[in-house]
Design a protein around this ligand. Structure first.
Ligand code: T4K
Length: 384
């Protein structure tokens, strides 16, 4: 009864609360930055804004090589092309559709490997058993910014002569052992979509240790054009334009503020949700620097008394739009479910996790009291 009174006292938020909202520079600052673009009349094809952003990000992400792209997906398609992967590539089913799709777009069969039940990343100890004579690489995702077991993945890759590509769409600025997360494996992709901590509205980048890759990657993202009379390979249009890059340059100035606001909200969520029976939070990762990209929780339906799907629906009545990332599993899509590796027997952890995860609203513009109210609504659902 006491709890019933608690849930009654919550009124819906006046405005919808989404899982995320993009931080933005002031319109005045953006207009000023755009003036440079207008005056130069150089709108794309590696202009001054593009070059400046590429240099700044190379330093910030502590990586020897970096190439900007018009979005993360095309960047990942290009990464796979540039390493000449073929046949089969081992990947995770617990990710955004873009991850396996870039393999399919390169004529490669995704081979789904189960995930670690705690980190929710590909389980490195299960990769070896998925390797066949057709395997050419591993495409792993640092899900929700938690770094994969990069050491073990590299050991396996070295042992079998495989390439490693990381999808770090959620891991901007993450560091492990004081190294930028983009320094592991052969190539790492970052997404700069509007929903990301750092964004260029749409955008992305590839980072790599082997600086020789830059030439090939930059050719591939510009139709393979070397000069006016030579086209070297079947490339694509993956170029970031000057307006995206101009926004990115300004967003770099917003980054620390946005990160520290999210860090605060992270603490508020932790204070209010840690220890609630049936709710678990991501355990601390091995990262020295976190991304603060998402705030996922896991709901144990039996212990909490409500399933993740029930909680997701009930939040809507309060004008709160959480997200069930990454439901359904990629292995459940019609285009992949016929693959032998997609069978639920092969992916027990992924099939469990995908029913439990809920991403909570998490962005700098959220007020502390909003997060407190969201937590209170969630806790009150348990008792009712
Ligand atoms: N790999 C992984 C692991 C990824 O997570 C992603 C993208 C990629 C690869 C591919 O990278 P990109 O090619 O996108 O660079 C969103 C994003 O569109 C997607 O980039 C992201 N992952 C994914 C996790 O989230 P949706 O379908 O959830 O987007 P949407 O439109 O429902 O937006 C989510 C919420 O964000 C909205 O409810 C409100 C808010 N929002 C969204 C936009 C676009 C805003 O407030 N303003 C906005 O402009 O995929």
């Amino acid at each position: 009864m006491v709890y019933k009174a608690t849930i009654m006292k919550h009124t819906p938020f006046a405005e919808p609360i989404y899982v995320t909202r993009p931080a933005l520079p002031s319109l005045d600052r953006f207009t000023n930055q755009l003036r440079e673009v207008w005056e130069s009349r150089w709108l794309t094809n590696s202009g001054a804004q593009h070059q400046a952003l590429e240099e700044k990000l190379t330093t910030l992400l502590k990586t020897p090589g970096l190439s900007l792209f018009n979005n993360g997906t095309i960047a990942l398609v290009t990464a796979i092309q540039s390493l000449r992967l073929s046949g089969e590539v081992i990947t995770t089913p617990f990710t955004f559709p873009a991850t396996p799709h870039v393999l399919a777009w390169n004529g490669i069969n995704p081979i789904f490997c189960d995930i670690d039940p705690v980190t929710m990343n590909i389980d490195a100890s299960k990769i070896e058993e998925m390797i066949t004579p057709k395997t050419t690489g591993i495409l792993a995702v640092h899900v929700f910014g938690t770094p994969c077991d990069v050491g073990q993945i590299q050991n396996i890759a070295d042992m079998y002569g495989l390439k490693v590509v990381y999808d770090a769409a959620h891991a901007f600025m993450v560091e492990v052992d004081s190294k930028g997360i983009g320094c592991f494996g052969d190539i790492t992709m970052f997404s700069f979509h509007a929903t990301k901590l750092f964004h260029t509205a749409e955008g992305g980048a590839l980072t790599y240790n082997d600086k020789n890759l830059k030439n090939r990657i930059d050719l591939l993202k510009n139709f393979g054009i070397k000069n006016e009379s030579e086209v070297m390979m079947p490339g694509i249009n993956g170029k970031m334009n000057e307006i995206q890059a101009a926004l990115g340059i300004l967003m770099l100035d917003e980054l620390e503020k946005e990160r520290s606001l999210r860090k605060q909200l992270f603490k508020v969520y932790k204070t209010h949700l840690d220890g609630i029976e049936g709710i678990s939070l991501l355990p601390p990762s091995k990262a020295d620097v976190d991304s603060f990209q998402y705030f996922p929780i896991r709901i144990d339906a039996k212990k909490f008394g409500l399933s993740r799907d029930d909680v997701y629906e009930k939040f809507k009545a309060f004008n709160v739009f959480t997200r069930k990332y990454f439901f359904p599993l990629c292995s459940q899509y019609a285009c992949y479910r016929q693959l032998a590796s997609a069978s639920p027997q092969n992916l027990p952890n992924a099939n469990k996790v995908v029913k439990e995860v809920l991403c909570m609203p998490f962005y700098g513009d959220l007020a502390t009291c909003d997060v407190e109210k969201i937590c209170s609504i969630l806790v009150s659902m348990k008792a009712n």
